[in-house]
Design a protein around this ligand. Structure first.
Ligand code: FAD
Length: 219
């Protein structure tokens, strides 16, 4: 749950279902932000907002949020039912999960791809290796765009589909199977606490310095 932040009223531009239980919510951008930052969102201004990474680019007209609907969750079943013109309450963007133009690896699971989509859309995709873990082929959100932007440095690890066009197995398996991991670059990790801890442990066991591992944990 997010700490108490001032929320401002915004009007929903659209909510699109892009895969089973996965949605992109958009609203007009009237603030500046740095790719990788999050906003707190709610459907009322006095409840307990949840945090979401911004998935759109820094200069895009609309702010896009990628979220998965948690069937028993408090907020996401409400977000998925919103229509154009409905009201939501959104905080100023904040957070320090930011990356520059230098060489780096981006590692994401599920909707944890969102900040990297924002970074790529903001022109930071050059010199990056992106590894995305998802259950099925349909869980590689924004894949067409990312494929164009990152071409040969975009790996999709599909963990739960027998026949897949992608790497078959979890992203942790893919990482463990790499003969060498660069030691002089930063690794940006985004996703569930489980994924972040497992990937961090693999990187540390392969001598990646702890200070080169930067993570954003979704909880
Ligand atoms: C920095 C940060 C960035 C984030 N960015 C994103 C993002 O970009 N996209 C995204 O999708 N999420 C993101 N999250 C997660 C997001 O903030 C919410 O936690 C998530 O959307 C769930 O919200 P909710 O209110 O629907 O679920 P909650 O009510 O918070 O429930 C959380 C979990 O508990 C389960 N649960 C709740 N009540 C019950 C019950 N009675 N019985 C059994 N199970 C129950 C729900 O199914 C759900 O799995 C981020 C989190 C952080 C900290």
């Amino acid at each position: 749950m997010a700490e108490k932040r001032k929320l401002e009223k915004k009007l929903v531009e659209s909510v699109a279902c892009i895969a089973p239980n996965i949605y992109v919510l958009s609203f007009k951008r009237d603030f500046q932000f740095i790719a990788g930052q999050v906003v707190a969102i709610d459907v009322t201004d006095d409840a307990q907002p949840r945090l979401y990474s911004i998935a759109s680019g820094e200069k895009d007209e609309l702010v896009e949020i990628l979220f998965d609907e948690q069937p028993k969750g408090k907020l996401t079943p409400k977000l998925s039912k919103l229509k154009k013109g409905d009201t939501i309450y959104v905080s100023e963007p904040f957070g320090t999960f930011n990356c520059g133009g230098e060489k780096a690896w981006w590692i994401a699971a599920g909707t944890g791809i969102a900040p990297f989509v924002s970074m790529a859309r903001s022109g930071l995709g050059v010199h990056k290796m992106l590894i995305h873990g998802g259950r099925k082929d349909e869980n590689f959100y924004f894949a067409d765009y990312l494929q164009k932007e990152l071409t040969y440095s975009y790996i999709r690890c599909c963990s739960q589909q027998q026949e897949t066009i992608n790497y078959k197995g979890r992203l942790t398996k893919w990482l463990k199977n790499q003969h060498e991991l660069p030691l002089d670059i930063k690794y940006y990790l985004c996703g569930s606490a489980d994924m972040v801890v497992q990937v961090r442990d693999i990187l540390i066991s392969r001598d990646v310095p702890f200070h080169n591992i930067i993570s954003e944990t979704y909880f």
